[in-house]
Design a protein around this ligand. Structure first.
Ligand code: GLA
Length: 375
């Protein structure tokens, strides 16, 4: 078992006085390219990171107790009960969504432990949802497929937690594989692995957490979604996935800019996949920089900190860099020559210090396995 899985299992035993029946864990993710395309029916290219959230689950020494949820990280017990805007809303939401989809889950209790940085845009919420869904599926013997589990997790996030996100994060957490990126068509929900052999290319995946709080449930994200839907309506199409550059003549102002980003970003994802297949990381990096520029200028979801990082990355030898996730703060990624990562992060930190920004946190991740049941 992984360390986080052991920690969840141990906490379960301590809290509920018996061994868990099931231990599952699921990773956070970074998105390599394809931002704000998922809810427009488009393409994304995420990979799972080597940070996970584990859920240990069982009948929980039931003795008349309600379902109880324990977080080892917060050292806190909650009842399944009502939504309360805490971490417990994610497992609650998954159990609720499974019920809504007509699945009968057995009464359970669960303990959660993880090491995905929280609230920085690395999808800790998708990780806890995915691990809970996989654990509940196994515990109740349901045999739900991974894609359906991703849809259930998205429903939990949208309709229970109340965040109007697309399906990328939950899908990535459940379906990514080690050493691979995942090209997902968010309309058909079909996906293919794309080899992401960074070590052979002499590259490392560096993540910069700008420490600027993102508020996803906040207006910015929902506002972008609404503008995209409006633009699609103006064009008489279902989703911006179907828009072409020629359509842009029919739009103006915010609708024009947002649609232009979605159209160009979808094209970049497909080009990026070709570049990876050709092991052409120069081209891949160029597309990352172009994606960032489009998110900054057309989608307008970047921040001074994210822009500073990407500019610094360009100046200090990164092959490519861009904001990752929703934007409005959170994280950016860069592909950096191996052996140069320390000099690189020092230089970026310096740029932040000169502007009196919050000190950023840096991580190096390797593309890792999606959700798994522990042995
Ligand atoms: C967040 C959402 C995703 C996706 C990205 C932007 O991570 O959860 O569904 O929309 O933002 O690409």
């Amino acid at each position: 078992m992984r360390e986080t899985e052991q920690r969840a299992a141990r906490s379960y035993t301590e809290q509920f006085g018996e061994e868990p029946d099931i231990v599952a864990s699921a990773p956070g993710r970074v998105n390599l390219i394809g931002e704000h395309t998922d809810y427009n029916g488009g393409f994304v290219l995420p990979c799972a990171i080597d940070r996970r959230i584990a859920v240990a689950l069982g009948a929980g020494g039931r003795g008349g107790f309600e379902t109880r949820l324990y977080s080892a990280d917060f050292d806190e017990m909650r009842q399944i009960g009502e939504k309360d805007s805490s971490w417990a809303d994610y497992p609650r939401g998954v159990a609720w969504a499974m019920g809504e989809e007509g699945y009968e889950i057995k009464p359970f209790s669960a303990a959660v432990a993880g090491d995905v940085p929280l609230g920085s845009g690395l999808s800790s919420s998708a990780a806890i949802e995915a691990a809970t869904a996989l654990a509940l599926d196994a515990f109740s013997g349901l045999g739900v497929g991974r894609t359906d589990l991703a849809v259930i997790c998205q429903r939990a996030e949208n309709d229970y937690v109340g965040v109007g996100s697309g399906i990328m994060d939950q899908y990535a957490s459940l379906l990514c594989e080690a050493g691979e990126a995942l090209l997902l068509d968010c309309r058909s929900l079909e996906a293919v692995n794309v080899p992401l052999d960074l070590p052979s290319a002499g590259l490392a995946l560096v993540v910069c957490d700008t420490r600027v709080e993102r508020g996803l449930a906040d207006t910015g994200y929902n506002d972008r979604r609404a503008t995209c839907e409006r633009a699609a309506r103006m064009l008489g199409i279902e989703e911006l996935r179907d828009a072409t550059e020629g359509d842009l003549d029919l739009l103006s102002e915010a609708e024009l800019k947002r649609a232009r980003h979605v159209i160009s970003e979808n094209a970049r994802v497909l080009e990026a996949v070709e570049a990876l297949e050709d092991e052409d990381f120069e081209e891949f990096g160029r597309l990352m920089y172009a994606s960032h520029a489009s998110l900054r200028d057309d989608y307008e979801v970047s921040t001074l900190e994210l822009d500073t990082f990407v500019r610094a990355a360009q100046q200090h030898g990164a092959t490519g860099a861009r904001l990752t996730g929703a934007g409005f703060g959170g994280c950016a990624i860069a592909l950096v020559p191996q052996g140069e990562t320390e000099v690189f992060t020092d230089a970026c930190e310096q740029e932040f210090a000169e502007r009196a920004f919050e000190k950023p946190a840096f991580y190096e991740f390797v593309p890792s396995a999606g959700a798994e049941l522990a042995d």
